[in-house]
Design a protein around this ligand. Structure first.
Ligand SMILES: [Zn+2]
Ligand SMILES: [Zn+2]
Length: 337
């Protein structure tokens, strides 16, 4: 019976409904006016949306079984090993770096806007390096393996990716004066929205969100980020405010003529948990062993994925530039880059 209780607790925990349920049961609706009350109400939305998406997938007969199966295994695996590392990392960095903060912001709406822009900058850095440094790509590639898009992709992460991401984001925020309370509020909003942008076509066919596509990062932008088409590779690194993509020239809109193909360019089996989770590490270790000389071995670890000691580089940047070069010559398509 204990195992059934465990499964029950895990499901309730995943859905995040226990607090909202308690508020509804006790009739203590005034709690909803507090920050904790609002969090309790918002938290279950995405897990419930995920269940709806799964059900619609079955109804529409587009079940994306491979993606659901592997992401479910990743979720279970990460539940066992990675859960507390990221939280400990954030608390440790706050305690360590706060004395070095350049200044301290207050809890006002304009400092909130400032905090969010700073957070997005930290997010951009972590995510950009996750694509451009081979070692960090080993941590991030699990998230890019799925060959379809749905809300379970939110859970497809290598267990060390969260501590790596939070180390960078928290450091940037704390040093630039974002208060820890503000940081946790931003983390919650960012986490919720960051889940939402993985909504699949079974719920939202057009991910552009109308006019919002002009101003914020939409599911459409994030679908582009998950694509392996040369035009789309290594673009849209932001999460909600895509100002830093626009500043650093990595902004790319979904183009009607170029249909998104999800996944990564390495030959792999996206239905195999071990390949999805450890495949890039295995590939890197093989390259390092094979590389001549210590300098080349180190370069493999820190250069972008696709870099080769032979000079025959196949990086995303080269693929994209080749594509843009060819397309600009042969067609009148307008690509926003
Ligand atoms: Zn990415
Ligand atoms: Zn994603």
């Amino acid at each position: 019976m204990e195992i059934l209780q465990l499964i029950y607790d895990e499901i309730i925990g995943f859905l995040g409904i226990s607090q909202a349920w308690e508020i509804l049961n006790t009739g203590n609706y005034s709690a909803l006016k507090t920050y904790d009350g609002m969090v309790a109400l918002i938290r279950p939305i995405l897990p419930l949306l995920l269940l709806l998406e799964f059900t619609l997938g079955l109804i529409y007969k587009k079940p994306q079984i491979k993606v659901y199966k592997v992401n479910f295994l990743i979720y279970i695996f990460n539940r066992f090993i990675g859960r507390f590392i990221a939280i400990a990392m954030v608390v440790w960095i706050i305690g360590w770096l706060q004395p070095f903060a350049l200044f301290q912001t207050k809890m006002t709406w304009y400092w909130f806007v400032y905090g969010y822009i700073v957070w997005e900058f930290g997010h951009f850095l972590y995510h950009y390096w996750g694509h451009k440094v081979r070692l960090f790509w080993c941590l991030h590639s699990t998230h890019h393996a799925p060959e379809d898009m749905n809300l379970t992709v939110t859970h497809a992460h290598f267990f060390l990716e969260a501590p790596y991401a939070d180390a960078i984001r928290t450091t940037v925020c704390i040093l630039l004066g974002v208060s820890p309370t503000m940081l946790f509020i931003i983390m919650f909003i960012d986490g919720t929205y960051g889940s939402f942008i993985h909504v699949g076509e079974n719920i939202l066919k057009d991910g552009r969100l109308g006019f919002l596509n002009k101003f914020i990062l939409t599911p459409s932008h994030h679908r582009v980020h998950h694509a392996k088409n040369p035009l789309y590779m290594d673009t849209n690194f932001c999460n909600l405010l895509n100002i830093w993509d626009k500043v650093f020239g990595t902004y790319q809109e979904e183009v009607k003529e170029v249909k998104v193909e999800y996944g990564i360019t390495r030959e792999m089996d996206s239905g195999n948990f071990f390949d999805v989770y450890f495949g890039e590490i295995v590939a890197l270790v093989k390259d390092v062993i094979k590389a001549p000389g210590i300098k080349n071995k180190i370069l493999y670890i820190f250069m972008p994925p696709g870099w080769s000691h032979t000079g025959d580089h196949q990086t995303a940047k080269i693929a994209r530039n080749n594509f843009l070069g060819k397309e600009f010559k042969t067609s009148k398509l307008r690509f926003h880059s």
